[in-house]
Structure formats: C-alpha cells, structure tokens
Design a protein around this ligand. Structure first.
Ligand SMILES: N[C@@H](CCC(=O)N[C@@H](CS)C(=O)NCC(=O)O)C(=O)O
Length: 214
C-alpha cells in the first residue's frame, strides 16, 4: 500500500516529509488536510496528530506524526546502507552522536527563528494578517548570529554532521526556502561556507521536485 501523508502540500513540515520520500524513492500520496479550513482540528485528524498540526503518516497501517521523526523512520525503513544513506548506521555510535548533534542544531538554532520569520513575513500576510516587523527584526538578529556559527562549522566540514550529507542538513530546506525566497532574507546566501552548503542541498533533485508543493 502506498504511504499516505496527511498534510498540506505547501506546508513546510509536509514538504520535509515528502522530500525524504523523494530522496528514498518511496511513493507517497498526500491526503489533504486543509489548514485554512481548520481541518487539522477535526476529530479525524486529531486521532492521527493529537496536537492538531500536519503532517502525519500511515504506512501500511503504521501511524506516526512529527515530521523529523517520520523522516528518521523513513530512512531506517527504506534507506540503503552506504555513503548515501542519509543517516549513519545506528551501530556507529560516534557518527550517530554527530548526526543527533546536527539534528539538534537545526531544531534549536535554525527552525525556531526561521519559523518565526516565515510566519510573520510570509504566512500572516497570506492569511490577511499584518507582519509584526519587530518580531522579524528580533528573530533575524538571532538567526544572523546563529548562521555565523554555522559558517564556522561549515568551514571545517562539508555538512552539519561531518563530511557526509544527512537528513539533518535536509531538514533546513523548507523554512530555508521560505525565508530566502518569500521573506528575501539573505543570511543563507551571503556567508561563503553556508552559501556553498545551501546551494548544494537546495539544488538536489528531490528538493526541486517538492519545493513548490508535496
Ligand atoms: N513539530 C511539528 C510541527 C508541525 C507544524 O507546526 N505544522 C504546521 C504546518 S508547517 C501546521 O500544521 N500548522 C497549522 C496550525 O498550526 O494550525 C512537525 O515537525 O511535524
């Protein structure tokens, strides 16, 4: 049975999951949960995602929510061992620890701030609201400082977990694109090592296939 993603094609978290499906050549079907209509709070959806957000998946009856947990599951279930495995072999404790470090970096030093910039600059106006420029300014200043650290890390290694691409790098793509293209934030383009890394990950065919919608 085809993997089902209950999501919203344009949402960042839905695209994060679709991206990893594309990377792994796992066919999927998106069942629309219309966020504008509030369907994320329907009883049917809350049974899949009790926090009332998207995405959630059903894989042959196995249900899971939280986009990053879903991505880890997909790699462990459908990925192939080797240099392109997107996550280290769990038996390699040190590589796994470096991978978890990179995944935490994304979650704590990128997602929070990029998410606020995206919400204020792109999502709110799209829904008829007004951007709070103070919130954008504050989060941009924090993200600038965080990306300076990214640039130092990426001056010593190709990717966030080391010299091998992992899903921790790919996790950045949905919000990275919204702030770069939608909010015209140039933080990913103006630092030499971050720019090299950003160009590398954002030009991957899997991302090109889902960047405009899962
Ligand atoms: N940590 C969750 C976040 C999910 C999330 O915030 N989804 C957003 C779309 S990107 C959503 O459903 N928003 C609808 C709402 O908040 O009502 C994940 O990664 O799956």
């Amino acid at each position: 049975m085809t993997l089902i993603i209950y999501g919203f094609r344009k949402s960042t978290c839905t695209r994060r999951v679709a991206l990893i499906c594309k990377e792994l050549n796992v066919p999927y079907e998106v069942v629309d949960v219309n966020l504008a209509a509030g369907e994320q709070r329907s009883e049917a959806h809350l049974a899949r995602q009790p926090f009332g957000v998207v995405p959630a998946i059903s894989d042959n009856g196995f249900e899971l929510f939280e986009s990053r947990a879903i991505c880890r599951y997909l790699v462990q279930k459908y990925g192939k061992p080797g240099p392109d495995s997107l996550m280290p072999d769990p038996k390699d404790v040190e590589a796994t620890a470096k991978f978890e470090q990179a995944a935490s970096i994304e979650n704590n030093n990128f997602d929070v701030f990029a998410g606020q910039i995206a919400l204020e600059s792109v999502v709110k106006p799209m829904r008829g609201g007004t951007t709070d420029t103070e919130v954008v300014k504050k989060n941009t200043a924090i993200l600038e400082a965080k990306l300076d650290v990214y640039d130092r890390i990426l001056s010593k290694q190709k990717y966030l977990a080391g010299d091998v691409l992992t899903i921790a790098d790919l996790f950045h793509l949905p919000f990275g694109m919204v702030i770069t293209e939608g909010a015209k934030y140039d933080g990913l383009l103006k630092r030499p090592n971050v720019a090299r890394w950003w160009k590398d990950i954002s030009s991957r065919p899997a991302w090109q296939a889902v960047k405009d919608g899962a």
